[in-house]
Design a binder for this molecule. Structure first.
Ligand SMILES: O=P(O)(O)OC[C@H]1O[C@](O)(COP(=O)(O)O)[C@@H](O)[C@@H]1O
Ligand SMILES: [Mg+2]
Ligand SMILES: [Mg+2]
Length: 333
């Protein structure tokens, strides 16, 4: 409490980024600028989402993405907005997007960062006016700057991320991110057009009383998960499931709890994508004291072999994730 009182009221995202950059003696400002570019695109997409019900922006776009999902107009609009901001910003040499099959070269071959992005998360909720989000993950390229980026630059372990975050377009709009020195949350003040630090150094409880899972798939779940969900019910834990990963994750991060998306018959590898859903949220939750696994491994230890690879995800309060992991272990042996 004293720390928070000590903090000047109204620290903007920009000032926070600048202050943090000062802590890195060799910082060159590129990552800071990249975070600003993402925040700017987020403000524009936030405006689009607020108009989500209006005819020119609602409904299907009429095409499918590589996941076989019907793209909504807002999926495509958000994708265009972020790609344009990242290209114009000049700090990114290539982009992985949920909405694009191939790696997107930006033409900035001198740039040293790669961004993986889920431009609009929770698409199935957009026309019902339920919280949605954007999820991003940032890597340093492995090939020399000045050369054309390759898939080798894109496919890196989750542990290699230099920054990750999400924007939650909910009752208020928030940007939450980490650069490996804790997790901070910023709330958007429309009247000033600024993100302000509202949740400094977020920590998540080791045990919470919330579990989030689409139990409609219960019969498909591994036995270990079915057992865990029964235990949650026996303990009268609170079941909360929005169906927008960012919304469910954010609530559990602040209140304590666990989100589960196991493998199902429809998605035997799991539904969620490693590069732009699992990795960024796993980095954030670990920086906040929580944990994330796929039932067998720590999510951040996974080496991806394709850009749109999926994985089961168990993420949130450390002790709850550990329990799920041990149940998997018990049933595997
Ligand atoms: O409808 P389901 O099977 O419960 O899946 C919901 C999950 O799928 C997602 O919508 C997938 O993300 P996208 O909307 O970005 O495709 C998650 O946000 C959410 O947690
Ligand atoms: Mg998503
Ligand atoms: Mg999406």
């Amino acid at each position: 409490m004293n720390d928070q009182l000590a903090l000047p009221v109204g620290i903007t995202l920009d000032r926070f980024i600048m202050r943090n950059e000062a802590d890195f003696p060799f910082a060159t400002g590129e990552l800071s600028q990249l975070l600003r570019d993402i925040a700017l695109a987020g403000k524009i997409v936030n405006r689009d989402i607020n108009r989500g019900g209006l005819s020119d922006i609602s409904g299907q776009f009429g095409s499918q993405n590589i996941q076989g999902e019907h793209q909504l107009k807002l999926d495509v609009i958000a994708n265009i907005r972020f790609i344009r901001a990242l290209k114009n910003g000049g700090e990114v040499c290539a982009i992985i997007s949920e909405e694009d099959t191939e790696l997107i070269p930006t033409g900035n071959n001198k740039a040293k960062y790669i961004v993986a992005i889920d431009p609009l998360d929770g698409s199935s909720n957009i026309d019902a006016n339920v919280s949605v989000g954007t999820i991003f993950s940032i890597y340093r390229r492995v090939t020399p700057t000045g050369t054309v980026p390759t898939i080798g630059d894109a496919l890196q372990k989750g542990d290699m991320q230099v920054a990750a975050g999400y924007i939650l377009y909910g009752s208020s709009t928030m940007l939450v991110y980490t650069t490996g020195r804790g997790v901070n949350g910023f709330t958007y003040d429309y009247s000033l057009g600024e993100f302000f630090l509202s949740h400094p150094q977020i920590r998540t409880a080791p045990v919470g009383n919330i579990y989030s899972c689409n139990e409609g798939n219960m019969d498909d779940f591994p036995v270990a998960v079915q057992q865990y969900l029964h235990k949650c019910r026996e303990q009268r834990l609170i079941g909360r499931y929005i169906g927008s990963l960012v919304g469910d994750f954010h609530r559990n991060l602040l209140k304590g709890g666990v989100y589960l998306y196991p493998a199902t018959l429809k998605n035997p590898e799991g539904k969620l994508r490693l590069m732009y859903e699992c990795f960024p949220l796993a980095y954030i939750v670990e920086q906040a004291g929580g944990a994330a696994c796929d039932g067998k491994r720590r999510i951040l230890d996974i080496m991806p072999d394709s850009m749109h690879q999926r994985a089961p995800l168990y993420i949130g309060s450390a002790k709850m994730v550990e329990d799920i992991y041990s149940l998997h272990f018990t049933h595997a042996s």
